[in-house]
Design a protein around this ligand. Structure first.
Ligand SMILES: [Zn+2]
Length: 704
């Protein structure tokens, strides 16, 4: 399951033509279409209404469709072949007189097989530019199934004829079965069809709908309720929902598409329980961002970052774990984005793997978070609302977002937008050179914050928290940096005992390796690792440990196995597993955990405030920074076999405890970071304070 939580399923279908950045009147299509899924045949008639009268029209159509002009006197004056996601024909048409309408008829097959691009994209991606098949119909602009005029938004009426038991779905409103219309400007016309079971529910914002390929009223009910919840939340937060319905539609392959007023999710995706409150609200929110305000892709796709911030991040803020979501985001950037894979946000078009996701979703999200921290929740939300109001049904870019934020805040934000959207890379920070001087009325505390990345310094507002002897008081300070170095002096009443920079991960920056807790993912992600077996364990256990090491080996994970008595100490230049409590190197592992909330006594161990007798429990512990060491102990041969299967699914955790033969997990967690480049204890052994999380942005609605 873990792989699905890591994969961002959703992506908007990229629009392949260049959309105008200004809202002009849309080109209106009145399409009647007859679909035969068995043969893949489409027969259509389209009455095209142009925004103004003209004598010449040109458009692109799928090359497999045969075109016939119905308008009397209209002539094809030029026909040329082109290639987009499919072969297309560009037609230049001369009309008999200046007029604003053209009627055409066309027919042919669209049958592009599903292609699996799993190798190219993390988590896999199956797609087709368009298909009419017995399993279902999927047509959008990328199949050129309707005449596509360059640089124009569209509105439409769509009347589809399908076999008995088949239903079609598109954007907008349906007055009658298989009849759809949308008068607000759109960047695409979708035509999806299949044999569906349909469920409806009226909410105060819009009609909630669920379209499933099998009858499943309980599943439908869960989605209808979630639809109501999120339509209401986002309408209050951002402005009215822009469509008359929202539908969850089950696709006939595994996908995660967000279309205007509906989402097309794969059969497995729909049935994962966690999707309901992770990917699903993300898809709903895309009706504001991407499918309500359209994206001007030529200046950078802002919509994924904004949607991630107000869906995925907001949901984690509501559960009190916003800072760990941001830390994971920064960790992904630090892990996946090397210098040659980095790019500025204005170059982001869509998700093409882990590095483009870490920048396009992650960095955009963090930029928005920094803006919010700078402007405050109220002003930030006012700016977002204004951006929505001013740009609904138009294409917009970062410039429009900047304009809205500047209006709401009455501030010049040009430098921030230029730095975060126009420049690649991230700042790296360190805090050092502390000095405490006793004064008559308290203490003078001085320290230096430094940006250690290559290249020019970033303009940053760095949050610094200082703990003093007066435990009731934590001093919060924001240090504004425009240069590489800031020397800061503070007058304090009480003696400072610790200093921490950016404890809630509010800045977009490259994490220092010392800030990242050790995790099982580091061990399982390594191409090579060393496994050290316990020579003093019972033969049955030795055997079980050997099998475990074997089972973890695969093509991309090389594992070398040695006995503990052949090696004097734990090598410090790679990933290492120590197996068994009897392992001769177990004591060395224990020493490596100094500072962690972990203690050992003869027959047991304490993790935090929980006690675990070793004979009844199995455990997996990690320690280390860049080189991670794992220590795994199974209470029996059966438990070891179970650990072999289960442990790889707990990648993000630093420690695990299990009970029984199965074994069942009873504890899992990540170590706190005890020492880092951004944290300094001025007095040893000071208990680290918990910093309160920011209130979720949605709390702002209550104050409106
Ligand atoms: Zn998305």
């Amino acid at each position: 399951m873990d792989q699905f939580t890591r994969v961002r399923w959703c992506f908007l279908l990229l629009v392949l033509i260049c959309l105008p950045t200004m809202a002009a009147s849309p080109v209106h299509h009145a399409i009647t279409v007859d679909l035969d899924p068995e043969s893949g045949l489409l027969k259509a008639e389209d009455v095209i209404t142009l925004p103004e009268a003209t004598k010449r029209v040109s458009f692109d159509l799928h090359a497999g469709l045969k075109l016939e002009l119905v308008t009397p006197g209209a002539k094809i004056i030029k026909k040329s072949n082109r290639r987009s996601s499919v072969p297309i024909k560009r037609y230049k048409i001369k009309l008999p007189a200046k007029q604003n309408s053209l009627q055409v008829r066309y027919s042919g097959k669209i049958q592009h097989k599903l292609k699996d691009d799993s190798k190219k994209y993390s988590g896999g991606r199956i797609s087709t530019p368009g298909i009419i098949s017995p399993q279902g119909v999927f047509l959008s602009l990328s199949s050129y199934w309707f005449p596509v005029l360059k640089d124009s938004m569209v509105s439409f009426n769509l009347n589809a004829t399908l076999p008995e038991g088949w239903y079609s779905i598109s954007q907008g409103e349906s007055s009658k079965e298989n009849i759809w219309s949308e008068s607000a400007p759109q960047d695409d016309i979708y035509l999806i069809a299949g044999k569906y079971h349909r469920y409806n529910y009226s909410t105060s914002e819009a009609q909630a709908q669920v379209w499933l390929r099998e009858h499943d009223p309980e599943l439908a009910e869960r989605y209808l309720k979630a639809t109501e919840k999120y339509l209401e939340l986002y309408s209050k937060m951002l402005g009215p929902y822009p469509y008359s319905k929202f539908s969850l539609v089950e696709n006939f392959w595994e996908s995660g598409y967000g279309m205007p007023s509906f989402t097309l999710l794969g059969p497995s995706v729909i049935r994962f329980p966690f999707i309901l409150h992770s990917s699903y609200p993300h898809e709903i929110l895309h009706n504001w961002w991407g499918n309500g305000v359209f994206v001007d892709y030529s200046t950078g796709n802002w919509s994924e970052g904004l949607t991630t911030y107000l869906a995925d991040h907001l949901i984690r803020e509501q559960s009190g774990t916003g800072s760990s979501y941001r830390r994971d985001t920064l960790q992904n950037y630090s892990a996946y984005v090397s210098k040659n894979r980095d790019f500025p946000l204005k170059k982001f078009r869509g998700h093409h793997g882990t590095s483009s996701q870490a920048v396009g979703y992650g960095k955009t999200m963090m930029f928005l978070h920094m803006l919010r921290m700078e402007l405050g929740d109220k002003v930030f939300l006012d700016g977002i609302r204004l951006f929505y109001k001013d740009n609904l049904f138009r294409t917009a870019g970062f410039k429009d977002l900047q304009k809205a934020m500047e209006t709401a805040s009455d501030k010049d934000l040009a430098a921030q937008f230029k730095q975060w959207t126009g420049r690649s890379g991230a700042p790296s920070l360190e805090v050092s050179e502390y000095d405490v001087e006793t004064k008559d009325d308290g203490y003078k505390f001085t320290f230096t914050i430094r940006q250690t990345q290559r290249g020019n310094p970033f303009i940053l507002h760095v949050p610094v928290h200082i703990q003093t002897e007066d435990s009731s008081q934590i001093i919060h300070q924001t240090v504004s940096m425009t240069k590489r170095e800031a020397r800061v002096t503070l007058s304090l009443k009480h003696h400072p005992i610790s200093i921490i920079v950016d404890p809630l991960f509010d800045l977009f920056r490259r994490l220092d390796p010392t800030e990242i807790p050790s995790s099982l993912g580091q061990l399982f992600g390594a191409k090579r690792s060393l496994v050290i077996l316990p020579s003093e364990a019972e033969p049955a256990l030795q055997d079980a440990y050997m099998k475990l090491a074997d089972s973890w080996r695969n093509r991309s994970r090389r594992i070398r196995v040695v006995w503990d008595k052949t090696i004097r100490s734990i090598p410090n230049n790679g990933m290492v597993w120590i197996l068994g409590k009897e392992n001769l190197l177990a004591d060395e592992f224990k020493r490596s955990t100094t500072g962690l909330p972990l203690s050992f006594n003869g027959d047991g161990m304490d993790i935090g405030d929980k006690k675990f007798p070793l004979d009844q429990h199995s455990f997996v512990l990690t320690s280390g920074g860049e080189n991670t060491i794992g220590w795994l102990h199974g209470s029996s041969a059966a438990a070891i076999a179970g650990l072999a299967r289960k442990t790889p699914h707990y990648g993000k955790y630093s420690y695990l405890a299990f009970t029984g033969e199965n074994p069942d997990n009873v504890l899992k967690g990540q170590w706190p970071v005890v020492n880092s480049a951004l944290y300094h204890d001025l007095r040893m052994g000071v208990p680290r304070v918990q910093f309160p999380e920011h209130s979720p942005l949605s709390d702002q609605i209550k104050q409106d």
